[in-house]
Design a protein around this ligand. Structure first.
Ligand SMILES: Cc1cc2nc3c(=O)[nH]c(=O)nc-3n(C[C@H](O)[C@H](O)[C@H](O)COP(=O)(O)O)c2cc1C
Length: 181
């Protein structure tokens, strides 16, 4: 059986939820990043990395990239990001564009999937909570920009959970394809 590893990097739990679902569907080993960074993954057949979005970037990817290089994981990595904003074809490029290098984007070396997570204030540090509260006030002025803004603006003050188990299906299918299943 293939050795698949799912690594999640979370602050408020959304990446853990997605990581658990993905690991369950792929029959994978599951680790939080704090643990995975100390484990040699060079023998794995596939490594799936996922984290929350911070200012259009995938949390911790910079550090994970070093692991990819060190443990020779290139070609067997799949990445997801979970953010507060809804899935939107015209916006989903923002996160990979903010995270991956031009070279990585051009080569398409990391199959990438974006899922909506949600927003939780519990567990955030004081500076992050403050940033989110500022953003939650500011976004009210941009409702005219579209339905996705309205959805976030309506819910952000109290937090919301828009995780969806069905959202992982394209990632799971891609992972199976890469494993030759
Ligand atoms: C400081 C801060 C910045 C954020 N920036 C973004 C962003 O640029 N785009 C987005 O979609 N969500 C953004 N979010 C929302 C988180 O990505 C979202 O809550 C995510 O699901 C958290 O995942 P986690 O619980 O696994 O850490 C931000 C949240 C915080 C606290």
């Amino acid at each position: 059986m293939a050795d698949v590893v799912v690594v999640y990097n979370t602050v408020t739990g959304f990446a853990q939820t997605y990581g658990e679902w993905i690991a369950e569907d792929l029959g994978a080993r599951l680790y939080p990043w704090s643990q995975a960074k100390g484990i040699d993954l060079s023998g794995a057949d596939l490594v799936v990395y996922g984290a929350g979005v911070r200012m259009s970037r995938i949390r911790g990817f910079h550090e994970f990239r070093r692991k990819i290089k060190r443990e020779n994981l290139m070609g067997k990595v799949v990445v997801w990001a979970n953010g507060g904003t809804p899935v939107h074809p015209q916006r989903d490029w923002r996160v990979p564009a903010g995270t991956f290098t031009k070279k990585e984007l051009a080569s398409g070396c990391y199959p990438f999937f974006y899922f909506q997570g949600g927003v939780r204030y519990e567990g955030l540090s004081f500076p992050e909570k403050t940033l989110l509260k500022i953003f939650s006030k500011r976004i009210q002025r941009y409702r005219h920009r579209g339905e996705w803004v309205v959805q976030v603006a309506d819910n952000i003050a109290h937090g919301y959970d828009h995780t969806s188990r069905a959202a992982i299906i394209p990632l799971v299918n891609k992972a199976r394809e890469m494993l030759g299943e």
